[in-house]
Write a protein that binds this ligand. Structure first.
Ligand code: FES
Length: 162
């Protein structure tokens, strides 16, 4: 079974083991959620009850923590996160078109993941490199001065053109 398939079906026994590892920690909740996410790719919603019970919390408290921290997720995400900047500098230099083209290339809307679990598409307020606008980030790599041709080149392999 491949890694992605394993991620698609979180093992409740393994989640129980992770919870047990953190039982005696003073502040266990964030580390246990992070560890579960590292292994499963997200925090499976069905694990929230067990986590709450193990640490004497209400499920709503665990859910509240997950919602508070942007880096914790309760839905599976793609291997690569594509972030299109929708900040002002990027917007005025064609960011809207870049976003439209990225959506077309990936075949998903903002917040969605491609069916093969390769990419999740997000938008961000500002990546912090406005001088290179418009920008997108794929994984950890920033791509500046984006235009339709560059977007096309970035996703050419995905379209089977390389
Ligand atoms: S507005 Fe896009 S990088 Fe700042």
């Amino acid at each position: 079974m491949g890694k992605r398939e394993e991620r698609a079906r979180p093992d409740p026994a393994r989640i129980g083991e992770i919870i047990a590892q953190y039982r005696d920690e003073k502040w266990p909740l964030i580390p246990v959620l992070q560890k579960i996410q590292d292994e499963c790719g997200y925090v499976p919603p069905e694990s929230i009850g067990s986590i709450a019970e193990a640490f004497d919390l209400f499920p709503s408290q665990v859910q509240g923590v997950i919602s508070f921290y942007e880096h914790l997720y309760t839905v599976p995400r793609g291997k690569k996160i594509v972030r299109v900047c929708r900040g002002t500098a990027c917007h005025v230099r064609g960011g809207k078109t870049v976003l439209k083209l990225v959506k077309q290339n990936l075949g998903v809307e903002e917040g969605q993941t491609t069916p093969d679990m390769e990419y999740t598409l997000e938008t961000v307020a500002c990546i912090g490199v406005c001088a290179l606008a418009p920008n997108i980030v794929i994984g950890k790599e920033t791509h500046g001065h984006m235009n339709p041709k560059k977007v096309s080149q970035l996703f050419a392999r995905r379209r089977g053109e390389e």
